[in-house]
Design a protein around this ligand. Structure first.
Ligand code: ZN
Length: 277
């Protein structure tokens, strides 16, 4: 199964150029490029440098992430976000990347119908922009009680209402677990709507208390990854699996070490899940 590295895993301890180098060294198949690291890279490199890297490497780009907090923004923020989207489209085209991630906004004191409508409106605007491209848009719900879209069920409701072939979701094991999204929802999720799969694990905390910094290497926490994989295999899931851990402790590791461990832990969990089916 193909394995991807999400740059959040080495957020503070490396730059895009380091992540590219070490992901290639440790045999990752894909990398998910963060927008902040991309912008930092472009201060000293051109988009063509990135294009050249991927042209000569076996590593491939899996996604560009993310359009952060894309709902309930003022006009200026929305205009800036559209600039980010334009940059992502330009880069994605040159490096052959086909997925852009969008993350909903936090601390919105509105009822679900208002949130749903706003989320649909903004996603439709993005979809209109990417309609002439080969790109897909993946919404990533966040399993925090104060995130405006924080369960798999809500994400599915939005995606089904819009019903656009270029719209799907990021399924992140941590976010799924952290707000008690249901296995019923996961089991009935059509595989073609799961544009990205993030693997991780976390400490044992009550739902609603978990935060990104509680994440652990896959296989080292309490998320029922085996049950998640059972559902995925049932659907015919073939990967890629992208490791995404936001743990400050791991950011203190050298990028070489951090990226090597990320791969080892991920492969171990996949193998274990496979054999136990
Ligand atoms: Zn994620």
């Amino acid at each position: 199964m193909e394995i991807a590295f999400n740059e959040a895993t080495s957020l503070d301890n490396s730059r895009l150029e380091d992540d590219l180098y070490y992901c290639e060294k440790h045999g990752f198949d894909y990398i998910e490029i963060r927008l902040d690291k991309l912008k930092e890279y472009l201060l000293t490199h051109s988009v063509n440098d990135l294009e050249r890297f991927f042209f000569s490497s076996s590593l491939k780009p899996l996604s560009l992430n993310a359009l952060e907090e894309f709902t309930f923004r003022n006009k200026t923020d929305l205009a800036l976000m559209k600039e980010d989207l334009a940059l992502m489209i330009e880069v994605a085209k040159l490096i052959n990347c086909d997925t852009i991630v969008a993350v909903p906004t936090f601390n919105i004191e509105q009822d679900w119908q208002v949130i749903k409508q706003e989320t649909i409106t903004r996603l439709n605007e993005f979809l209109e922009v990417i309609e002439q491209t080969e790109l897909n848009l993946a919404i990533e719900f966040v399993g925090y009680p104060n995130c405006s879209v924080n369960t798999l069920e809500q994400s599915i409701e939005i995606i089904e209402t819009i019903g656009h072939p270029q719209l799907g979701l990021v399924f992140d094991c941590f976010h799924f677990h952290a707000m008690n999204s249901s296995f019923t929802a996961l089991d009935s999720l059509p595989l073609e709507k799961m544009f990205l799969f993030h693997i991780d694990d976390c400490e044992e905390k009550l739902p609603g208390v978990l935060r990104d910094y509680h994440r652990l290497w896959p296989g080292e926490g309490v998320i029922p990854l085996h049950r998640i994989f059972a559902s995925l295999y049932q659907k015919g899931f073939k990967g890629p699996v992208s490791v995404e851990v936001f743990r400050p402790e791991y950011w203190e590791l050298e990028p070489d070490e951090c990226i090597r461990i990320a791969k080892e832990k991920t492969i171990k969990v996949i193998e274990r899940s496979f054999y136990n089916l």
